[in-house]
Design a protein around this ligand. Structure first.
Ligand code: ATP
Ligand code: MG
Length: 449
């Protein structure tokens, strides 16, 4: 992509009303734009990152055996009356009347709708287990939307729903999502720790929140330090191996980890002081097993092996991709801006032409651009006539993992410079060597887990 033809509105100054660094940087880098309180437009740069987050989520959901569908944003109030949640949900639910005065709502979550779809089609235990997920916008009329897309009113959620014949099957479905989440967050470059969670209005008795540690997190969390060194389950994990998966989950739940709602000071006190971590955390994912809470009132039953009807056991599993984008920035930035891990970067390479209009420099920059793209790297070519200082500042702000810098002096000497955003390390190489080096560096970092 050529910067001269792109819509990438970078701001020089820090917007006053943005309190946390991710919100400030997302506004400054031209990723998002607030349209109303807690409601954001995603601009091209932000949307590219969001797309990458979604893609990784899909890959890991699919790997764990979940199937994608897409349910609508607008739902009928009648469905929610069946579960009894229409009145219980309160003011967070945005309620709408259509022209026929039918009561509708903008979905804050989809348990009811997916249960309705399930009960329509699935009639036999042979179709189980089943896990259906979608990536869809949600609306929750939060009392205090804040911190940009971290706590917004309209936000994207990946929500998955599992259906099983019994509690043991549901436990395995839960474990699959647990492991899929560990992999997903690791691929974002995040250390997410599963913490025992309160089940809240959704109810049930098995639930974990996936929390990343960050000073700006909204919740107070407590955990064992060793979690930070646990190895992520491998890509070749066999999700059908019930006991192996159970063992992985047991390992990841063997040490103390809890949010303040679930905190047990005595149990935490048992950990040696050098292993205690008390910090702020951001909830990026949340998984629940809630048994027959919805299937019972909504009569989601299948015929069991003995021919008798069985009410299915369900779980639900959420990740907030829009919040994840902000959380990654909280975890990875410096004074100059964002530092994207390669798998989420809007472009892998920022190619800076320091002297647009100089024939030889243009020639080399254009040639490198074409060759990098042909090699399958995603490149943003700064071909504007801005000053060098401004170009570097924008590249640093946008956080592209590598910069390839082409200037008239270097071109004369047959050299270009590579800068790694994260370390600031610089390397001067010939054009061909730089191309090879960048390809190697980028491909080595594309898969984090
Ligand atoms: P929170 O405790 O932060 O209000 P929640 O427990 O209500 O979140 P869930 O119903 O568990 O949220 O939703 C699943 C995921 O959706 C959360 O883990 C989070 O990543 C995301 N999410 C929830 N609410 C918001 C919001 N207001 N803005 C952005 N993302 C959100
Ligand atoms: Mg939650």
């Amino acid at each position: 992509m050529r910067l001269s033809r792109s819509f990438l509105p970078v701001l020089r100054d820090t917007p006053k009303d943005a309190e946390i660094v991710s919100h400030q940087l997302m506004l400054r880098a031209g990723m998002i734009r607030q349209e109303s309180a807690g409601i954001y437009a995603w601009l091209p740069l932000g949307l590219k990152v969001l797309g990458k987050v979604n893609q990784i989520i899909r890959e890991e959901q699919n790997r764990a055996g979940a199937q994608e569908l897409l349910m609508p944003t607008i739902q009928s109030a009648d469905l929610w009356r069946e579960s009894g949640r229409y009145d219980a949900y309160g003011k967070e639910m945005l309620r709408i009347n259509d022209r026929h005065d039918r009561e509708m709502l903008f979905g804050p979550t989809n348990e009811e709708m997916v249960t309705e779809i399930f009960r329509t089609y699935v009639k036999s235990y042979r179709s189980l287990p089943l896990n259906l997920y979608h990536l869809q916008w949600k609306f929750r009329d939060e009392v205090r939307p804040r911190f940009g897309v971290m706590r917004s009113r309209e936000f994207l959620m990946k929500d998955a729903y599992s259906f099983d014949l019994d509690a043991a099957g549901a436990r395995h479905s839960y474990n699959k999502m647990f492991v899929a989440y560990l992999r997903t967050f690791a691929r974002f470059g995040l250390k997410a720790i599963p913490m025992r969670a309160d089940t809240g209005p959704i109810g049930g008795d098995l639930s974990h929140e996936f929390i990343i540690l960050a000073d700006t997190g909204e919740s107070e969390v407590f955990c064992h330090k060793d979690f930070l060194d646990f190895a992520t389950p491998q890509a070749n994990t066999n999700f059908d191996d019930v006991s192996a998966l159970q063992a992985t989950v047991e390992k990841w739940t063997s040490l103390y980890a809890a949010t303040s709602d679930m905190h047990d000071a005595a149990a935490y006190g048992q950990i040696g002081a050098d292993k205690q971590v008390s910090a702020r955390g951001i909830e990026v994912g949340h998984i629940f097993y809630f048994g027959t809470k919805y299937s019972e009132p909504m009569k989601a039953q299948v015929q069991g092996p003995d021919g008798k009807p069985v009410t299915v056991h369900m779980g639900s599993y959420g990740i907030g991709p829009t919040r994840v984008v902000a959380a990654v920035i909280e975890a990875s930035h410096d004074a100059n801006g964002i530092i994207w891990p390669v798998p989420l970067a809007p472009f892998e390479v920022g190619l800076v032409n320091l002297k647009v209009g100089d024939k030889d420099t243009d020639l080399v920059a254009n040639d490198l651009y074409a060759k990098l793209e042909r090699a399958g790297l995603s490149v943003l070519l700064d071909d504007t006539d801005e000053r060098a200082g401004g170009k570097f500042a924008s590249m640093d702000l946008m956080g592209l993992p590598f910069q390839l810098i082409v200037g008239p002096k270097g071109v004369k000497a047959g050299e270009v410079e590579i800068k790694e955003r994260k370390t600031g390390e610089r390397l001067t190489l010939s054009m061909d060597a730089a191309l090879r080096r960048l390809s190697d560096l980028v491909s080595a970092r594309r898969m984090l887990a």
